[in-house]
Write a protein that binds this ligand. Structure first.
Ligand SMILES: Cc1ncc(C[n+]2csc(CCOP(=O)(O)OP(=O)(O)O)c2C)c(N)n1
Ligand SMILES: [Mg+2]
Length: 675
């Protein structure tokens, strides 16, 4: 590898020279179908899992014959056939994924462990602590392997942590652990075999700290100047490969001649693999294919009825009482799960007869409830969602009906739980995560935008996860319980973002989100929960993701909006019969329904884009730009945006009312009409 690197034949390389015993010993101690989550120095995991060297070489060159269609570098890829989930660059998030895989194994009563690696530097990340704690609390059979090679890039351990040994950290979480010599191949192998038995038998995690040393620089370009030379002298003597060879010679398993033969065989094998690896087909750039691979495709032949994309649904809203009604904490008025409609999807089409008037919140609950029946292994995860029923009581009664395995209270660890959802998805299990408030998603942001969103494009794995986001202001809850943060996710390829405004859409979009093989952020406005109600079909149905809803036809001005904005727009239209107002409810923000947007522009030639999110960088800018670019000739006036102020969301009700876009809707429409 070093020679090839110098010749410029492979890209960036993190050497594992000096640490080979760990990756190799660990991998060989497992069954072939037990998942491993390796890191940047763990070539031994890939070779011990029999990944062909020529294919690995193609991967490292960014060739089409590799494991990621040229989209990923070095070890940043995985492969389900080999039960390897590769890292992303960020150190730490792999640990939560291991929890999810182990949870799947546990629930299926498989006698299997998962191994996840981290360097000692990575143990300072929050993800390490979240993942260990979650594994301890949920009693997950995960082996956490810490490769302690003394340095994190140039940072020595005395600048990294203050405990004697990292294995002590395990005890802090109620996990057992051991520190071993990571340079002794048989020692590593033997330890992992024993630990594996322990994890399976007791259904618990375990931590193994492997003492080792990195004989090369962090990566070849970074050198080793910051490491005192005496350290190299000490560890040179402990070289794992040389020592294993000497051990086998002393036991007469190997002879000098045999060593020569093995080396010769390996050399020939490597030469052959190199020639195949370097003669792979080059990438042919195809923009369409690049874009197509961002999302996993839905299964064909879905039998689920779909609601008409542009249907106008009846909706009753009591706008005036909204603010007061939308209480954020414990509420008494939750409905019984027995009252949530039929439990099966026998019906093939949406029947008009069978519907029930439901509040927004009850429609969400109904969709979630039917999905639990439709997908017998669907798992719900979130803070206080089980016995307590969630802070908004959406999952009240669920734990009694579906059990603790499927309705899971989590510790406060958004990142580990979202990571675990990806692990579950790798094992074919869908999950819905309830953010207690959309604001708290920041604690799991990395897992969403870097792991969930990118995995399909990177190595073809789907992340079938829904994150429910109780969102929005208007409830006097201040800067950290009121934010509209949908635009953060709209900017991330690989995610889908839905945002219903009616009860019927809330149910149908939630069902569609759960059935979708891609990660979906499902925004549910808290102020709509108990203030809006409408007819909701009783059956199990989808509202198609990516289809806007034409709410109301008008001739003077079009308001393009979503979420609470739809209510504001409807209210404004009702109060201003002198203006003929057309309203488009986007329903999905990613991907956008451009066809519906174009049609909406065409209907009036005057467009206001209205959203509760703040102005700068909001989705209104994106839509306005698109209209300017593609519908210029249809316009009679400039596209105008009406958004909330570019400030955090204030607590005081008067300040909040002034903050919200609604305060400027009338003025914006008038400006547009007078243009
Ligand atoms: C979250 C995050 N921060 C910073 C980096 C940059 N980085 C890459 S490797 C590395 C050092 C890792 O040290 P350690 O965890 O001990 O693993 P080692 O490289 O020693 O095997 C750093 C800081 C990163 N990849 N991810
Ligand atoms: Mg290190």
């Amino acid at each position: 590898m070093l020679v090839l690197l110098r010749q410029g034949k492979i890209s960036k390389w993190f050497s594992g020279i000096g640490q080979e015993a760990i990756a190799t010993g660990v991998t060989l101690a497992l069954e072939e179908d037990e998942w491993i989550l390796p890191l940047h120095r763990n070539l031994g995991v890939f070779t011990a899992r029999h990944m062909p060297l020529h294919k690995l070489l193609m991967q490292w060159q960014g060739g089409i014959g590799g494991y990621s269609k040229g989209r990923e570098r070095s070890f940043h890829f995985g492969n389900a056939n080999h039960h390897i989930c590769g890292m992303i660059s960020h150190l730490g998030p792999q640990l939560g994924i291991a929890d999810g895989i182990a949870l799947a194994n546990k629930l299926r009563k498989e006698n299997k462990v998962v191994v996840v690696f981290t360097g000692e530097g990575g143990t300072s990340e929050g993800d390490f602590h979240e993942a260990l704690n979650l594994a301890a609390v949920w009693e997950l059979p995960v082996i956490f392997v810490v490769e302690n090679n003394g340095y994190a890039l140039s940072t020595p351990v005395n600048e990294q942590y203050r405990c004697e040994a990292l294995v002590e950290r395990a005890r802090g979480y109620g996990i057992d652990g051991v520190k071993i010599d990571g340079n002794n191949l048989l020692g590593v192998y033997d330890t992992i075999q024993g630990v594996r038995q322990y994890c399976i038998e007791y259904q618990k995690p375990y931590l193994v700290e492997c003492a080792t040393f990195r004989m090369r620089g962090h990566e070849e370009a970074s050198g080793t100047k910051y490491i005192p030379s005496w350290l190299f002298e000490i560890w040179e003597v402990k070289d794992p490969i040389k020592n294993f060879e000497q051990f086998l010679m002393s036991k007469q398993v190997l002879t000098k001649e045999l060593v020569e033969t093995i080396r010769q065989d390996l050399k020939e094998y490597i030469d052959v693999e190199l020639s195949i690896g370097f003669n792979g087909k080059p990438i042919v750039v195809d923009t369409e294919k690049e874009l197509l691979d961002v999302y996993a495709k839905a299964e064909v032949g879905s039998r689920i009825p779909k609601a008409n994309g542009t249907e106008v649904r009846s909706q009753k809203s009591e706008v005036g009482s909204m603010m007061a009604e939308a209480v954020l904490v414990e509420v008494e008025d939750s409905i019984d799960v027995a009252d949530l409609g039929p439990q099966s999807s026998n019906l093939k089409h949406l029947s008009d007869e069978s519907s029930t008037e439901r509040r927004f919140i009850d429609a969400i609950k109904a969709g979630l409830h039917q999905s639990m029946n439709e997908h017998p292994d669907l798992i719900l995860m979130g803070q206080d969602i089980a016995e307590y029923g969630g802070v908004f009581k959406i999952t009240e009664g669920f734990v009694e009906e579906f059990g603790k395995d499927r309705v899971r209270n989590t510790p406060l660890c958004e990142s580990a739980v979202i990571g675990a959802s990806l692990g579950l998805s790798l094992m074919g299990i869908k999950s819905v995560i309830e953010m207690q408030f959309a604001d708290f998603v920041t604690m799991g942001f990395n897992q969403i935008v870097n792991n969930l969103a990118k995995i399909h494009y990177r190595w073809g794995q789907s992340a079938s996860v829904v994150i429910r986001m109780p969102t929005g202001a208007g409830v006097g809850a201040g800067p950290f319980h009121s934010q509209s943060n949908e635009a953060w996710f709209v900017h991330t390829p690989g995610l889908k973002v839905v945002y219903p405004s009616t009860p019927a859409d809330a149910k149908g979009l939630l069902i569609a989100a759960i059935n979708d093989p891609n990660p979906v952020l499902y925004f549910e406005h808290k102020a709509l929960y108990r203030s809006v109600s409408g007819d909701v079909p009783d059956e199990y149905y989808e509202v198609e993701i990516g289809k806007a809803r034409h709410v109301r036809t008008g001739e003077d001005v079009t308001i393009i909006t979503y979420g609470y904005g739809v209510i504001w727009a409807e209210e404004y239209a009702a109060n201003h019969p002198e203006i003929s107002i057309d309203i488009l409810d986007l329903r999905t923000l990613l991907p956008l329904d451009y066809e519906a947007i174009r049609a909406a522009v065409q209907r009036t030639g005057r467009v206001v884009i209205l959203h509760e999110d703040t102005l700068t960088g909001g989705i209104g800018g994106e839509i306005a730009a698109w209209i300017g670019e593609h519908c210029f000739q249809l316009l009679d006036a400039p596209v105008m945006r009406c958004a909330s102020l570019d400030t955090p969301v204030p607590f005081n009700t008067e300040l909040e009312t002034n903050f919200l876009a609604k305060a400027r809707l009338g003025e914006t429409v008038e400006r547009l009409m007078n243009y």
